[in-house]
Structures are given as structure tokens and as C-alpha cells.
Design a binder for this molecule. Structure first.
Ligand SMILES: N[C@@H]1[C@@H](O)[C@H](O)[C@@H](COP(=O)(O)O)O[C@@H]1O
Length: 275
């Protein structure tokens, strides 16, 4: 696992956006061979989305042959609800880039059959050749997508009951009223994420410090589903200084020193960034 420690949220966002843009450039996607990008919602990726929008508008990266798959969606709120992940993605990212709308995939939170919708989604990723890079965030309890503590590390796209912690954390988007937060979501599974050729996870802020410790220093455990990243051959976490608060000094220094030459957030052409 790589752990890239950036000074602050702005640099973390810039580094991650540059990394993704560089991967897309290097893949040189075409209509026949598109680049498949997995995407998250939440506040953590907002900075990355802003930076990617800038890079796209400056002509440094194109999303014309990028196909996106979002991680999750709430069940039971309309697609155009202000807090649906559909709305979030179009408002914060997709409407501002040159992506072709038919290349956007987001789980339908109101299907006739939940299981069928999940199976269709999982199959479509496979049929298109698999996700090249899955970008993600984590919850304070270390959940990835909506794979709450205790989720099977072999899980696939499915419906998932949200736990109380997540409902409380997400109530900030629903007038701070836990009763308005949907209790069920559709989410890619841990194994779906691990199937991607590469996984990049953003972890920022003091509130995620415990989760980062479990992800990096503790064993693989279904109670901290992010820890499954340890099983991936190309798993990377990009964090800010605040999130490192619970790491051992030795862990911090180890990753800082091995990534020393790769921390220059400003240089999109720095191929050392690339795995
Ligand atoms: N399903 C999403 C996750 O994909 C996201 O990582 C998490 C953290 O959100 P934030 O980045 O706002 O802390 O929120 C939700 O639970």
C-alpha cells in the first residue's frame, strides 16, 4: 500500500487530481478502449473534483472516452432529490466536464428490483473490461462506499442497511434530522472495489484519524472495511496531516520518506507519481 501524506486538503486534492489526470492521459482512451473510472460522493472528493474540472477546462485532460461508475446511491429518494448522489455528481463534477452523459453510470435507487439493479451494475463493469481506477473516500468508522462495519470483505454490489453512525454523519445534509436520512442504500461491495486495477482513497481531517490508523497499521478486519485495501496490489491512500494524528511516529516517517520524491502536487508531468 502507498500512503501519500500531503500538507493540507488543498494539496491532497491537487495531487490526487493530477494523479488521476495523468493516468487518463497515459491510458490515451478511445471509444473502443475507454478508461473506466470509479467515483465517490461525500465532502472528501470535492477538492479533487474542483481540480479535475480545472484541468479539463484548461485542456489538460479529457473525459470524452472516460466511463464513470459511482460507488453508491440512497434507496427511496427521487433521483432529482437535492441529496441524491445523482444530483451530487452532476452538480459537483459531471456537468462541468466534457463527459458524454451516456458514459455516466450511477446506481438507480428506485428500481423495480434492487437485486436485479445491483447485478446489472456489477455485470456492466465486467463487460466493459473492469474499473481502471476506483477513487473513494471513507466514513469515520472506516467504511468504504456504504460497506458498513461488519460487511463481508467478499461483498459485491448490493443493498445495505446504513448503520446509526453513518445516518448521524450524513444527517448534516438532511437538515440535521436523522429521520430524513434514507436507511437503505445500494453500494458496490468491498470485492467490487478490490477488482479495480487500482484503488485511490482520500482520507482527510482529524475525524478520519482513527480510521486511517486501522487502515494502515492494524490487520485486515471487516469492522474497518477500508483495511481490505491491504489486500490490493495497487492500493493507495492520499491523506492530509490532520488524518495522520493517530499513526505511530515510525509509520508516519516510513511513508513520508519512501514517498519523498513523489509529493510535488503541482507537477502534472512528474511520472514518478505514477505506479
Ligand atoms: N457513502 C459515502 C462514502 O462513500 C463516503 O466516503 C463517506 C464519507 O463522506 P465524507 O467525505 O463527507 O466524510 O460518506 C458516505 O457514507
Amino acid at each position: 500500500m502507498r500512503l501519500i501524506i500531503q500538507n493540507n486538503y488543498q494539496e491532497l486534492s491537487k495531487w490526487t487530481a493530477n494523479y488521476i489526470a495523468r493516468k487518463i492521459q497515459l491510458a490515451n482512451p478511445t471509444e473502443e478502449k475507454p478508461f473506466l473510472l470509479g467515483l465517490p460522493t461525500g465532502s472528501s472528493p470535492l477538492g479533487v473534483y474542483r481540480e479535475l474540472i480545472n484541468l479539463n477546462q484548461e485542456g489538460l485532460v479529457s473525459f470524452k472516452h472516460v466511463i464513470t461508475f459511482n460507488m453508491d446511491e440512497y434507496v427511496g429518494i427521487p433521483k432529482d432529490h437535492p441529496q441524491s448522489y445523482h444530483t451530487f455528481m452532476w452538480e459537483n463534477f459531471l456537468s462541468h466536464i466534457d463527459i458524454q452523459p451516456e458514459n455516466v453510470n450511477i446506481l438507480n435507487g428506485n428500481p423495480a428490483d434492487l437485486k436485479e439493479e445491483c447485478a446489472r451494475y456489477e455485470q456492466k463493469m465486467k463487460d466493459l473490461g473492469g474499473i481502471d481506477l476506483f477513487l473513494g473516500g471513507i466514513g469515520p468508522d472506516g467504511h468504504i462506499a456504504f460497506n458498513e462495519p461488519g460487511s463481508s470483505l467478499a461483498s459485491r454490489t448490493r443493498d445495505k442497511e446504513l448503520n446509526y453512525d453513518t445516518i448521524v454523519a450524513n444527517s448534516r445534509f438532511f437538515n440535521n434530522d436523522v429521520n430524513q436520512v434514507p436507511k437503505l442504500a445500494l453500494t458496490v461491495g468491498v470485492a467490487t472495489i478490490l477488482d479495480a486495477k487500482e484503488v485511490v482513497i482520500i482520507v482527510n481531517g482529524l475525524g478520519k484519524a482513527r480510521a486511517l490508523k486501522h487502515a494502515v497499521e492494524e490487520g485486515v478486519n471487516h469492522m474497518w472495511t477500508i483495511s481490505a485495501l491491504q489486500l490490493h496490489p495497487r492500493g493507495m491512500i492520499v491523506c492530509d496531516e490532520h488524518a495522520t494524528y493517530e499513526l505511530k511516529v515510525g509509520t508516519y516517517k516510513h511513508f513520508k520518506s519512501i514517498e519523498e520524491n513523489n509529493l510535488d502536487a503541482g507537477n502534472l508531468l512528474n511520472t514518478d507519481l505514477i505506479w
